[in-house]
Write a protein that binds this ligand. Structure first.
Ligand code: SAM
Length: 212
């Protein structure tokens, strides 16, 4: 399975339930946020979540970073379907850490389903620290690991039973690679990010949110 096939399957998958909830959850968690600012999206993939944030927050500009050229190709295509949005967007190719992130700091740092891809979770948290300023909003929804392989298998069947085989396998592996809320709390303590809370938001997701 090539990176292109994997990116295509991911870009075409239906993540409506989870992804449509994120901008609403963001608004609920940060009701007094400024309507303007620049958002850094780490591991943006095909930009489905980034686009939803852009539409829900018209005063934001967005810098979306991903290490996969194939994923960014689908991100570019998705953007092109939304006239007016591309001028508020900048797509950045590169692996974190080390990607050529354009600004020194951001008002909002978003990262959806990226944490579980990292062998070293501190890569995400240290990047958050590096690009945050005072009072930067951090919003990180991700999968959380079920308590057994059997539960991961059942969830894979329930939530991706109708998807192509490659996606089912990716989802199963992602569930097993994901962190538990307790593990994420330890990561945040190690990273010295005391302003973050970790909340369970669904049977398969957790959310890290707060201000630096
Ligand atoms: C599961 S996808 C999530 C995409 C998107 N944020 C979403 O919620 O749909 C994870 C993305 O992280 C990217 N990725 C993984 N490791 C990376 C790294 N070290 N630096 C940059 N991107 C990375 C992958 O290429 C992939 O597009």
């Amino acid at each position: 399975m090539s990176a292109e096939e994997q990116a295509k399957a991911y870009a075409q998958a239906n993540f409506e339930t989870a992804h449509s909830s994120y901008p609403k959850l963001f608004a609920t968690k940060f009701p007094r946020r400024s309507g303007r600012g620049c958002v850094l999206d780490l591991g943006c993939g095909p930009c489905d979540v980034t686009l939803r944030f852009a539409k829900a927050n018209p005063g934001y500009t967005l810098h979306a970073v991903d290490g996969s050229a194939a994923m960014l190709k689908y991100g570019r295509r998705a953007l092109a379907r939304h006239p007016g949005l591309p001028r508020r967007f900048r797509l950045v190719a590169g692996f974190v850490p080390g990607a050529p992130i354009p600004r020194r700091s951001y008002h909002v740092i978003l990262s959806s389903s990226f944490l579980h891809h990292l062998h070293d979770p501190q890569v995400l948290w240290q990047t958050v620290r590096k690009y945050a300023r005072r009072e930067t909003i951090v919003f990180v929804p991700d999968l959380r690991r079920p308590s057994s392989r059997a539960k991961a298998e059942a969830m894979t069947q329930k939530y991706s039973g109708n998807e192509p085989e490659v996606l089912k396998r990716d989802f199963f592996n992602s569930l097993l690679a994901a962190f538990t809320p307790a593990e994420v709390r330890r990561q945040l303590k190690q990273a010295d990010l005391p302003g973050m809370a970790v909340e369970i938001i669904s049977d398969r997701h957790l959310l890290v949110f707060g201000r630096t």
